[in-house]
Design a protein around this ligand. Structure first.
Ligand SMILES: *[C@@H]1O[C@H](CO)[C@@H](O)[C@H](O)[C@H]1NC(C)=O
Ligand SMILES: *[C@@H]1O[C@H](CO)[C@@H](O)[C@H](O)[C@H]1NC(C)=O
Ligand SMILES: *[C@@H]1O[C@H](CO)[C@@H](O)[C@H](O)[C@H]1NC(C)=O
Length: 400
C-alpha cells in the first residue's frame, strides 16, 4: 500500500486493481467530502459529533485525491487513541481497559491484516473481477475490502494470500500453514474469514489488544463459539472459532502452528485424521487437540462470544452480538450493509455537520409568510404570534 496517487489510473498493473475497485466504490464519498480534504488541514470547528470524543488535527496533502488521503480525511480526525482508558460503543455501553495498557504506540506495519483464499474469486461481484459494482457485489468482497480499508486507516500491512489447495483436505485447512508463514514476517497477524469485520474502523487493533490483555507470552486470541451442541469438543468444551484469529510471532507460536497443520498426520495427536474432511475441520483439530497441548496460562486467550463473534442478528444464538468484531455466519447477506455502516457511521456526521454549517447557503426560511392559493403573503406580527399556537396542525412526525 504505497502512497502513490491516481495519475495513472488507466495503466494500473494487477496490484493496482485493488485500489481501483475501492476507488470506484468510493467516488460518491469523494465528491461530498473533497471539499474538506482540499480546503482545510484541520477539523472544522463545527465537526463535533458526540460519538467520537477524541479529535485530532490532521494535515492532508493539498491537491491529493489518492484513496489513502480520502480515507485519512474521513477517519484520522476521530481515531480512538490506542491507550484510551475507555471506549463507548454506539449503544452507549462503556468498555474500560482492565489494566495499565501495554500498547501505547501504534504498531503500524508490524501488524498484518490477512486474507487467505484458494478460490479464484473472479466471477461477477467477486473481489478479483475487474469490474466490481456496489449493486451486485457479493458478500465476501465487502468483507475483504473492509479488511483492506481497516489496514489503510491505521497504517497496518495488508496481504491477500492466494493459497494452494491441499489435495486431501477440506479447503479451510489452508489457513493454518498460511498463517504460519505470515507469522515469520510480522509480529502480529489478524486473520479474518471474509465474513468477519471490525465493527468500529476508528477503534485501533492496539486498543483491543490492550482490552483483551495481549501479553508477551500470548500465542493467539480467538473467540468462543455460541453455546450450541455442534460447537462442543470431545471433552465438552466449546470450540474456539478460527474465523477470527489474532496471533503473535514467537518460536512457540511456530511450534503450535506446525503441530496444528500436522495434526491429521496423527504423529502427535491420535484420532485427528478424520478432521481432514469432517466438519469442523481445522477448527475441530484446534479445539480437540491444540488448545489442550498449548495450555500455558497465557498461550491462548479466549475472547467472549459477545465481543468477537456473531452479529446483532445472532442475539438469540447465545448472545453473540459481535460488539467489536462481527462474524456474519448468521446471514452473509448482512455483510454489504455492514460495510456501508463502516463508512456511513463516519461519513454521515461529516455530511450532516457540513449541511448545518453551510445552512445559510441552502436553507430558505419562508415561515414568515402565509399561503393563499398560489401566493405567499408576509405575515403581520399579530399573525406570527397567533401562528405559534397552531403551527403543527397539518403536519405529522416523519414516518408512515
Ligand atoms: C486544531 O487546529 C485549530 C486551528 O489551528 C485549533 O483551533 C484547534 O483547537 C485544534 N484542535 C485540536 C483538536 O487540536
Ligand atoms: C473515559 O476516559 C476519558 C479520558 O480519560 C475520561 O475523561 C472519561 O471520564 C472516561 N469516562 C468514564 C465514563 O469513565
Ligand atoms: C483481561 O483481564 C481482565 C482483568 O484481569 C479480565 O477481567 C478479562 O476477562 C481479561 N480478558 C480476556 C479476554 O482474557
Amino acid at each position: 500500500m504505497s502512497a502513490s496517487g491516481y495519475t495513472s489510473l488507466a495503466n494500473l498493473g494487477p496490484q493496482g486493481r485493488w485500489r481501483r475497485v475501492l476507488f470506484i466504490a468510493m467516488v460518491p464519498m469523494l465528491c461530498a467530502f473533497g471539499y474538506y480534504a482540499y480546503e482545510s488541514s484541520y477539523i472544522p470547528k463545527s465537526f463535533r459529533p458526540s460519538q467520537y470524543p477524541y479529535q485530532h488535527n490532521v494535515s492532508l496533502p493539498a491537491n491529493d485525491i489518492s484513496m489513502e488521503t480520502m480515507i485519512r480525511a474521513l477517519y484520522s480526525p476521530i481515531l480512538h487513541p490506542v491507550n484510551a482508558p475507555n471506549f463507548t460503543d454506539e449503544d452507549g455501553a462503556l468498555y474500560r481497559l482492565p489494566r495499565t495498557p501495554r500498547f501505547n504506540e501504534k504498531l503500524g506495519k508490524k501488524v498484518l491484516i490477512l486474507d487467505i483464499d484458494s478460490r479464484p474469486l473472479t466471477d461477477n461481484g467477486q473481489l478479483m473481477n475487474e469490474d466490481l459494482r456496489w449493486n451486485d457485489m457479493r458478500p465476501l468482497s465487502a468483507g475483504m475490502l473492509s479488511h483492506y480499508m481497516f489496514a489503510m486507516i491505521h497504517g497496518y500491512d495488508y496481504k491477500f494470500i492466494r493459497a494452494p489447495d491441499y489435495t486431501d483436505r477440506w479447503g479451510t485447512w489452508v489457513k493454518v500453514p498460511m498463517m504460519k508463514e505470515a507469522l515469520k514476517t510480522h509480529d502480529y497477524i489478524v486473520f479474518m474469514d471474509s465474513d468477519v469485520m471490525f465493527h468500529y474502523p476508528h477503534l485501533p487493533l492496539e486498543w483491543l489488544l490492550n482490552y483483551w490483555n495481549m501479553t508477551s507470552e500470548t500465542l493467539a486470541m480467538m473467540s468462543v463459539d455460541p453455546d450450541e451442541p455442534q460447537n462442543y469438543d470431545e471433552k465438552g468444551n466449546r470450540y474456539l472459532n478460527t474465523g477470527f484469529v489474532i496471533a503473535q510471532q514467537s518460536k512457540r507460536t511456530q511450534e503450535m502452528y506446525k503441530a496444528w497443520a500436522e495434526c491429521p498426520s496423527e504423529k502427535r495427536y491420535k484420532g485427528c485424521e478424520h478432521w481432514k474432511k469432517d466438519w469442523a475441520h481445522e477448527q475441530a483439530a484446534f479445539g480437540n487437540y491444540l488448545r489442550y497441548d498449548f495450555d500455558r496460562a497465557e498461550d491462548i486467550k479466549v475472547l467472549p462470544c459477545a465481543e468477537a463473534n456473531g452479529a446483532p442478528a445472532a442475539k438469540d444464538r447465545g448472545g453473540c452480538i459481535g460488539i467489536f468484531v462481527r462474524h456474519f455466519w448468521v446471514n452473509k447477506g448482512l455483510l454489504k450493509e455492514s460495510m456501508a455502516d463502516q463508512v456511513m457511521q463516519y461519513f454521515l456526521p461529516r455530511l450532516h455537520q457540513h449541511y448545518l454549517a453551510n445552512s445559510h447557503e441552502h436553507i430558505i426560511d419562508k415561515k414568515g409568510f402565509k399561503l393563499d392559493n398560489a401566493d405567499l403573503i408576509p405575515l403581520t406580527e399579530e399573525e406570527k404570534a397567533a401562528l405559534k399556537k397552531t403551527s403543527n396542525e397539518n403536519q405529522k412526525d416523519e414516518g408512515f
